[in-house]
Structures are given as C-alpha cells and as structure tokens.
Design a protein around this ligand. Structure first.
Ligand code: GTQ
Ligand code: FE2
Length: 338
C-alpha cells in the first residue's frame, strides 16, 4: 500500500472541497446518549436576578433579560436552553418601559412574579398577572410597560436557536410605522364561537393573552392522559393548531398519587413550575421542584413526575411542533406491563 499516494489523493480531494463518505466520522451515526436535564431553582435564581436590577435598566439595554443557558452551550453565542427552545427571565421595575420592536422569532411570556405590567402586542394591551401566557408571535410589534408597584419577573421563551440555524433572524426597531390590523381577544372569549370576519393569513393565534384562570379551568375538566397527567394545549381558536407555529405551549397537572408513567420524546421541553411541589425522574437524574423552578427535559430522556402533595401544575414549552411538522416527532409511553 502506497500511503503517500493515498495521502496525495486525500489532499487533492480536500483542496477541491470533497470528502470521502467512507471515512466520515458522522455517516449514519446516531447522536450520543440523551443530554442531562438542568434545573434552575427559583431560590437560587431570584437573588441573581435581583443583581440585574442593580446592574442595568431597559433605558440602557432595552431588555433586562438573563438567558437560561444550557450547560451544553459552547459559547455565549450558542444560545439555547434545550434543543430549539431558548428561555430567559425578564425583569422590570415599576415605571420602566421597553420600547416597541419586532422580529421574525416567535416569543412568549409566562408570568412568574409581581403584577401590574402590560405587554402591548400589535397595539393590543395584554395585562400580565401570575400564570398568564402572553404571545408575541413572529413579526408582531411588541413593547412592555410596568405601571405596578413591585418588580415583575416573567419567563421569556423564544425559538431563537432554530432561526439562528436557518439564517432567518430579522429584527426591526420601532417606531411603528403602520400598525397591523387586529381583532380584540374578547372576540374569542365565547367558547366554541369565533368571529368570521378575519382576513388574517398569519399562522399564529389571533388571541395574544391566555389568562391563568382559563388554563386552570380547562385542566379541571381535562381527562387523564395515558401517562396519568392532565394536559391542555394553548391553541389557535381559528384552527385548533398550536397558538404559535414553532413553540408548542401546554400546561400539565400532576394529581396527587403514584408517579406518572415514563414517557420519551425526541422533542425538547422547558418546564416552569406554576403551583405545587413534586419530583421528576429525567433519564438518570432525579430532581425535586417547587413554584417558579425551571427545568429542562432534553430530548430522548425517559421522564416521569410525581406530586409531593396536592395537584401540581407545570407550564411546558417545546419544539415538538417543529418536529411534528417535519414528520420527525416521536412520542412513546412505557407500557405498565413492560
Ligand atoms: O421582550 O422583546 O428574552 O426581543 C429576547 C428578545 C425578550 C422581548 C427576550 C426579545 C425580548
Ligand atoms: Fe422582542
């Protein structure tokens, strides 16, 4: 075997931007085992968020946001929390505002602490109270304002990692030149009846605010899922599809009782505890959690939850709809007789 001849051939291929598949380290190789879950305990997070009030203001930096970085992030530029989901905490003091802008990324806010803030989405004011979900879908103008008397903190979730990969990040600062037409949320507040005169061709929900009380009421009547949880999904009332195209939002309730049956999916999930205490088994990890704790369910881990007294509720955002639309979603449940 003439090794120098073989080396010459490979050098020639490399120079011509060619690569032999039979020597590829990637060819048909499954990814390594599932990534380990990560938890941000509110008791540890809260004092660190307090430092952001001391450190800066929206007047100086537009958005006072601390991103929840996966321990697997390769650098500060590699911004993701789990898979295609980026979560962060945004903090606003009374009297502060964040100016209007819009971007191609879909975003949502889930209220964790404080009250009196408002997000204005394409001109519609959305009050933000504990447990409320506010959508700021891609390319909708949005701004925040806080007229209350105590700090507010909310969870931001965006589909940034997917846009970064696809090269589709576009950002436009205000001022708002022409405000898009919207229909007030109240037009959709009669169950099962929707207005007909909607010319929207947009894929996201025409409703921007999903109050916590509505989710709790839906959960109270939701049947048990096969794994033993109760789950509701934040939907677009016009289509029944998810409220936003690339971020799937659900709330799950874990009643007091035995642990839920283990489930496994190739979707990536970020959970925020809304109410109650519990424990979860996520792959080889076991965690305990309480209100406002945030934790990840990285894809391909077997996951089971148990309430530690009373009904516990988790807000869960995932990239599941991305995978479903691409025909790649897998969801399994461990059979109890297995
Ligand atoms: O509040 O508009 O966490 O544009 C990241 C980007 C929040 C926002 C984030 C944003 C916002
Ligand atoms: Fe934004």
């Amino acid at each position: 075997m003439d090794t120098s001849r073989a080396d010459d051939i490979r050098r020639a291929w490399r120079a011509a931007h060619l690569s032999p598949l039979w020597e590829s380290p990637n060819a048909h190789k499954p990814p390594p085992g599932p990534r380990e879950a990560h938890q941000w305990r509110w008791s540890e997070l809260r004092p660190l968020l307090e430092l952001a009030f001391e450190e800066t203001s929206p007047a100086a930096v537009e958005r006072r946001v601390l991103q929840l970085m996966s321990p697997h992030s390769k650098s500060d530029a590699d911004e993701f929390t789990a898979g295609n989901v980026l979560a962060a905490i945004q903090c606003l003091l009374p009297g502060e505002t964040a100016r209007p802008h819009r971007h191609t990324m879909n975003a949502l806010r889930f209220m964790l602490e404080g009250s009196g803030a408002v997000t204005i989405v394409d001109g519609k004011p959305c009050p933000m109270e504990f447990g409320d979900l506010i959508l700021t879908p891609g390319w909708c103008w949005h701004q925040h304002r806080h007229d209350g008397s105590e700090p507010v903190l909310w969870l931001d979730v965006l589909d940034v990692p997917l846009h970064a990969y696809l090269g589709t990040v576009v950002f436009e600062p205000g001022p708002i030149a022409t405000m898009p037409h919207t229909v007030e949320d109240a037009a959709f507040s009669s169950p099962n009846i929707v207005p007909e005169a909607i010319g929207s061709t947009r894929e996201h929900s025409p409703v921007f605010r999903y109050p916590y009380a509505d989710a709790v009421r839906a959960l109270a009547h939701a049947p048990l899922s096969a794994d033993g949880t109760r789950r509701v999904r934040y939907a677009n009332p016009l289509t029944g599809a998810g409220a936003m195209p690339l971020l799937d939002s659900t709330m799950l309730q874990i009643d007091e009782g035995p642990a839920t049956l283990p489930t496994r999916t190739n979707a990536n999930v970020v959970c925020a505890v809304v109410e109650g205490h519990g424990e979860s088994w996520i792959g080889s990890r076991h965690i305990t959690w309480g209100p406002r704790d945030i934790f990840t369910l990285p894809q391909r881990n077997w996951v089971s939850h148990r309430s530690l007294g009373g009904a516990a509720r988790l807000f869960a955002v995932s990239d599941r709809d991305v995978l479903r639309r691409l025909g790649l979603l897998s969801e399994e449940i461990q059979r109890s007789d297995a």
